[in-house]
Design a protein around this ligand. Structure first.
Ligand SMILES: Nc1ncnc2c1ncn2[C@@H]1O[C@H](COP(=O)(O)OP(=O)(O)O)[C@@H](O)[C@H]1O
Ligand SMILES: [Mg+2]
Length: 386
């Protein structure tokens, strides 16, 4: 019987997960180094500790019935130890091990029959030369682990650039990938239960700005064949990984074909729309999956555009909400982060559509975001963020 859920990581994904878990009657304990983290604010308790503090993570295991995590850059050792001590962890350490290492992830995807762009591991000048000859330029070099939101990546057009990236990485393991001239990026949110039940949502189409998700358009403007294939590949990866929980697969659409870019072993930014536009969000599916409950049909009730609200480094008070919320089709989510440095994910809104995703609706979503700005308010108590 599961009553209490532990979440490693106190960010917005953990917060939205905890909100659904609380609605469904569970107690939640978050673990994050930052006191009153976004998740900690809505959880019953927060353990303030680093992600590699094995004692603290073991305490989390001891006080909860199941432990999950909301980001993948945690020490794999801490998840393994929980498993060794007999605590229940979802997704498993094996899933985390594969998905936190870009080489292991792409190799696993390829071996499972999912198409990926050509790649090679490079850690020396010789490796870079060989990869350049086999794969060609332009290319993208990325740190094998620890990267997110476009961090730890170099786009290079020739060997000189690749060697400079190698040097800048200072010995970190790198993956050398073919640069994909994609038409679109799409992602599929999927959930799998311990019994092997699998559901996947219609693909979202994602626009990034300098490596950070900016907009998700739902459903993606792709053919039914592409949408169906993306779901089929995602479900195949769910089964192959034997993952328990919600997760996301990001794809490039290029020349009418799909290439898997990334697998995130957790709810994903591009799935925020499921809160407002479907009957059962990716977060509720995650609760259901890790608590042994049946999954819910991933039915899209409204088309939607999800718009990320990033910090700009110009202050910690969000202004313009009064204007934004005059539009009844907009649902606002703010994550409760105290500081809004440039490009930090601070919140998002979902614009629910009556019809299809069109250029006009996309422009409307952008205009809505332009109503918002971060300022330094003299009156700190007037802050929306805590
Ligand atoms: N091989 C590639 N070819 C073209 N664009 C890429 C490639 N790899 C990454 N990108 C771009 O950079 C973004 C972030 O890269 P990604 O691999 O998803 O890393 P992360 O999201 O962990 O930072 C992608 O969404 C895509 O826009
Ligand atoms: Mg990504």
């Amino acid at each position: 019987m599961i009553r209490t859920i532990g979440v490693i990581g106190g960010g917005q994904l953990g917060r939205m997960f905890a909100l659904d878990a609380k609605r469904m009657g569970y107690d939640v304990i978050a673990l994050d180094p930052q006191p009153r983290s976004p998740c900690g604010q809505v959880a019953d308790e927060q353990i303030v500790a680093q992600y590699d503090d094995f004692d603290a993570i073991e305490r989390l295991g001891a006080h909860t019935d199941v432990v999950t995590y909301e980001f993948e850059n945690i020490a794999i050792e801490s998840i393994r130890r929980l498993e060794e001590r007999g605590y229940s962890v979802s997704p498993s350490s094996l899933v985390l091990q594969i998905t936190q290492d870009r080489i292991a992830e792409k190799t696993f995807a390829r071996d499972s029959g999912a198409p990926v762009a050509d790649f090679a591991e490079v850690s020396s000048v010789g490796d870079v030369r060989a990869a350049g000859e086999r794969i060609g330029y332009p290319a993208v070099l990325k740190t094998v682990s620890g990267g997110y939101d476009g961090k730890g990546q170099w786009r290079v057009s020739d060997e000189r650039g690749a060697l400079a990236a190698l040097e800048e990485a200072g010995g970190a393991r790198l993956i050398f990938e073919r640069f994909v001239p994609f038409e679109r990026e799409i992602s599929v949110i999927c959930a799998r239960s311990a019994k092997g039940e699998i559901v996947s949502y219609p693909p979202a189409e994602n626009e990034h700005d300098a490596g950070i998700l900016s907009l998700s358009l739902v459903p993606a403007r792709v053919s039914p064949e592409i949408a169906g294939n993306a779901r089929e590949i995602t479900e195949r990866l769910a089964a192959a990984l034997e993952i328990v929980g919600s997760f996301c697969v990001e794809f490039f659409v290029t020349g009418g074909n799909l290439l898997v870019n990334e697998i995130a072993p957790r709810p994903h930014n591009s799935g925020h729309y499921t809160i407002d536009a479907t009957r059962c969000s990716q977060y509720e599916q995650h609760v259901r999956a890790i608590c042994g409950l049946p999954l819910s049909p991933p039915e899209l009730m409204r088309n939607a555009i999800m718009v990320n609200i990033l910090g700009t480094g110009t202050g910690n008070t969000l202004e313009g909400i009064d204007q934004l919320l005059k539009d009844p089709s907009i649902v606002l989510h703010v994550y409760g982060k105290r500081h809004a440095p440039n490009r930090r994910k601070m919140g998002h809104f979902t614009m629910l559509l009556d019809g299809p995703v069109t250029d006009r609706e996309i422009a409307r979503a952008r205009e809505a975001r332009a109503l918002l700005r971060w300022t330094d308010s003299a009156d700190e108590t007037a802050q929306v963020t805590v």
